[in-house]
Design a protein around this ligand. Structure first.
Ligand code: UD1
Length: 433
């Protein structure tokens, strides 16, 4: 398994180009299952999770053509340089999403809504993914039942059928769920009649999916709000859509600039995607300047601790909680992080303490007492975002850090060593460590 070696203590300086959002690209790819016409996605990131989704979609019958970097280079929303991908599912060849593919990535469950809507049947293995809590899919299933689906759980599979087709309904999510909202948007787009999704997730990735579905001929209103209204249509057609910039990658590199007390220009991203995080960074004493097509982040010594609580968008994202903790471990004074989305998302704490970080967990909250210097250490990555917090701590720490078991990192960050290396970080991948 690969590891990453870092010799820390270098203030980063330079430019990092942010890729397309993984969490937007995955549901957008699943939308191919709703139409027999080509769907072209531009500004696609190159990540292991994208390959996993491609493999899953291929075995449902999708044909996937990827372009090299060039032709779409300037077409991304913010002038980004991602690849493009055209997905065409002329015919669904299988309604089964098998265990072996689904266990690699929880977002595989996003094929459930579209398969059920187009074929009246789907058999999807119960998902795996990061070990950050129990992460059930009960809310997806209950909501699909409201649209008339019959659901059985058998031998580790969700077996959903809708022989007469799905029918529009009023759905009130008891808890905000990103994946649940996405599954229902896709299912309701092809259901008969009107659907209202209340307490829907408002993440920008949901807006990207809803805009894409509308470009494919769906009728969705209320985009960006907690109430989405969908008038079902009989068929959807192809479209060409840009994946929004990755706000978690943006936040991670913004923290990399801050934690090393450096100065980084983040290009191809948008300030408005991360207002809660940037506002907390400013409170901590980091300078954040929106510039055309990006954001400039700069920090000097003397950052102060700031409390944050993770919340659904537009609140502070749970996917940046671990990275924030690394930053707070280097700030003056104490700060508190409260995690309200996932119950088991402090697995990075014992690893961060190996750098000398002073962190105490009490239930869903962690108290961090910042210290002047962290020191490099061998550590073990546990989940995707935890891995990046260890990289950040390693960049700030004095001496050598070895982050082991980094396969989760490749699921969500493209060419991380290259991007950080170009800003002066002393970082290298050790293959097969
Ligand atoms: C998505 C993101 C993930 C992010 C999370 C929260 C993708 C591919 N992944 O995950 O990176 O951390 O949003 O912002 O976009 N829940 C239930 N029952 C359900 C569904 C969810 O109890 O049926 C719970 C979950 O366990 C969790 C909370 O609801 O506690 C939010 O989960 P959800 O928003 O669904 O997260 P994902 O879509 O899995």
């Amino acid at each position: 398994m690969d590891a990453i070696r870092i010799t820390g203590g270098v203030p980063l300086s330079g430019e990092i180009v942010i890729g397309g959002a993984k969490n937007a690209a995955l549901p957008l790819m699943a939308a191919t299952l709703l139409t027999d016409k080509p769907l072209t996605l531009i500004n696609m990131p190159e990540l292991v999770d994208i390959t996993t989704m491609s493999n899953l979609l291929r075995q449902h019958g999708a044909r996937i053509d990827q372009s090299a970097l060039a032709p779409d280079a300037r077409l991304g929303e913010a002038g980004t340089t991602g690849r493009s991908m055209t997905l065409t599912t002329a015919r669904i060849t299988s309604v089964t999403a098998p265990y072996d593919l689904v266990r690699r990535m929880r977002a595989s469950v996003l094929v459930l809504g579209p398969l059920l809507a187009r074929m009246g049947e789907a058999k999807v293995s119960l998902p795996g993914g990061c070990a950050i809590g129990t992460r059930p899919v009960d809310l997806h299933l209950k909501a699909l039942e409201s649209l008339g689906a019959k659901i059985q759980l058998k031998e580790g599979y969700i077996h959903a059928t809708a022989p007469g087709g799905l029918k529009g309904a009023n759905v009130v999510f008891p808890k905000v769920t990103v994946g649940g909202t996405e599954n229902l948007l896709m299912a309701a787009a092809l259901a008969a009649g009107d659907t209202v999704l209340e307490n829907a997730a408002r993440e920008p990735e949901i807006g990207n999916l809803a805009d894409c579905l509308n470009a494919m001929g769906a009728k969705i209103t209320g985009i960006g709000s907690g109430t989405l209204r969908i008038s079902g249509v009989q068929t959807l057609h192809g479209a060409r859509v840009a994946v929004i910039p990755d706000r978690i990658e943006t936040g991670t590199y913004a923290i990399a600039g801050a934690i090393t007390r450096g100065r980084i220009t983040l290009k191809g991203t948008r300030f408005d995607l991360l207002e809660a995080v940037f506002s907390a960074m400013r409170q901590a004493g980091v300078s954040i300047e929106p510039v055309p097509g990006g954001v400039v982040v700069a920090a000097e010594n003397g950052l102060t601790g700031v409390d944050v609580m993770t919340e659904p968008y537009p609140g502070f994202p749970t996917d940046l909680q671990a990275q924030w903790m690394a930053l707070m471990a280097t700030a003056d004074g104490a700060s508190m992080i409260t995690e309200t989305i996932f119950e088991n998302r402090f697995m990075h704490v014992p690893e961060l303490t190996r750098f000398g970080a002073d962190v105490n967990v009490h239930g869903a909250s962690a108290i961090i007492r910042g210290r002047k210097n962290l020191s490099g250490a061998p550590v073990m990555a546990t989940d995707l975002r935890a891995s990046s917090s260890l990289i950040l701590a390693g960049l700030a720490a004095e001496g050598e850090t070895l982050v082991n078991r980094i396969y989760h990192l490749d699921r969500g960050y493209e060419r991380l060593e290259e991007k950080l290396g170009a800003c002066g970080a002393r970082i290298e991948r050790i293959v097969g460590a």
